[in-house]
Design a protein around this ligand. Structure first.
Ligand SMILES: Nc1ncnc2c1ncn2[C@@H]1O[C@H](COP(=O)(O)OP(=O)(O)OP(=O)(O)O)[C@@H](O)[C@H]1O
Length: 374
């Protein structure tokens, strides 16, 4: 297992800056995931780590050996890096055993057989040695592609959207299985994906890229609960960003009411901010005067996700157990119940100090609970 370190790397194609100052680390045996919109530079970054793409600035080290910098690119075959790509083409004329052992040419035939047996067991396909790729399902082919990449025991494995051609259910199951397999094999891995659920299921560390920049490199939990940038908050999970203004008493006037939090005292009166409201921060409350109309309902298994529009036009999201169905078009009362606040300044960067404590929410006169207004 290897340690991977990227230090402020820049990659351009002509005048186009595709990767801008990306730094990240993966410790030995850690699994990392890169997320981000199409074209943000994820594959380019992976190709640079594999050695297929040179850098203009910065450095890439594997196990403290610099493998890429501005004037040096160690070739892919000398990096000890395995790869699984989206178009995982197995060799169609080779059977499963020969596909898996393809990269083990230096090993003895006994070693190869042993490793093939071991990997087929681990991926849940024992006895599949003699099958040909066209006799396998998509999920089975992808497992074999993974086994082929793992066979030579690379220190580092790079995976570029390895499950994207598979259906959602199989994708999620494979993500969990592959995490277990990588952990058992003790391999450090970096995965590119469009799918947050896949990233959450697999990653020890994950990051969101946007226009060539890595906005945050963190645990999946922190990406969701403590996004450092508004674009990360927007990209990860469901939620809405509401605007508010900090007043001179250190409170935040917002469409949900007056929010109070000690860290607001550090923010100058009159400062406009935005704050993140996740579906779990808003609870249905028939007694509340904060009311809206249900615009949409999405089934999420245990819960339904509702989009509710307030009379101001602002839309909020809320969750409710799926066995209690609320109708689209119905009037609903809502209450804000934050565990912590995530507040962004005008430059879209997070303001510090809001995580440790929950804010209190003073309903605005127009959103006082029914019982207090009579
Ligand atoms: N060899 C190249 N020459 C010129 N431009 C390139 C080259 N390779 C990639 N690009 C451009 O770099 C940008 C980033 O591409 P990249 O494939 O890294 O994005 P990505 O985040 O992986 O996207 P996707 O999620 O759609 O796969 C794109 O605008 C792409 O057109």
């Amino acid at each position: 297992m290897s340690r991977l370190q990227l230090d402020k790397i820049h990659i351009s194609f002509g005048a186009a800056h595709i990767v801008n100052g990306v730094s990240l680390q993966l410790e030995q045996g850690e699994i990392g995931c890169l997320l981000g919109p199409s074209g943000c530079g994820k594959t380019t970054l992976l190709r640079a780590i594999a050695g297929f793409q040179s850098l203009q600035v910065g450095s890439i080290s594997i196990d403290n050996n610099t493998v890429s910098e501005s004037n040096k690119t160690v070739p892919p075959e000398q990096r000890g890096v395995g790869m699984v790509f989206q178009d995982f083409a197995l060799f169609p004329h080779l059977n499963v055993a020969d596909n898996i052992s393809f990269g083990m040419r230096k090993a003895s035939s006994t070693e190869r057989r042993k490793r093939v047996d071991e990997l087929l067991d681990r991926i849940g396909l024992p006895g599949y040695h003699k099958r040909f790729p066209h006799e396998l399902s998509g999920g089975q082919q992808q497992r074999i592609a993974l086994a082929r990449a793992l066979a030579p025991k690379p220190g580092l494995l790079l995976l570029d959207e390895p499950f994207s051609s598979l259906d959602a259910e199989l994708r999620e199951r494979l993500a969990v299985e592959v995490r277990e397999l990588l952990k058992n094999e003790g391999i450090t891995a970096l995965l590119v994906t469009h799918d947050q659920q896949e990233a959450f299921a697999m990653a020890d560390k994950a990051g969101v890229m946007y226009q060539g920049e890595l906005l945050q490199w963190d645990t999946p939990y922190q990406l969701y609960h403590q996004p450092r940038h508004q674009l990360v908050a927007d990209f990860i999970g469901h939620g809405v960003l509401l605007q508010g203004t900090v007043n001179t008493q250190g409170s935040l006037a917002s469409p949900l009411g007056m929010l109070e939090h000690p860290s607001l005292m550090q923010v100058a009166g009159g400062t406009p901010v935005s704050f993140l409201v996740r579906p779990d921060d808003i609870v249905p409350d028939p007694e509340s005067r904060l009311r809206g109309k249900i615009k949409a309902r999405g089934f999420r298994g245990a819960h339904n996700l509702y989009t509710v529009q307030l009379s101001s036009g602002i839309e909020l999201l809320t969750l409710s157990p799926s066995h209690e169905v609320l109708d689209v078009g119905a009037d609903i009362g809502l209450r804000a119940e934050f565990d912590h606040l995530v507040v962004f300044a005008a430059d879209h960067c997070e303001l510090p100090g809001f995580h440790e404590q929950a804010p209190t929410v003073q309903p605005l006169p127009s959103v006082l609970p029914k019982s207090q207004s009579a």
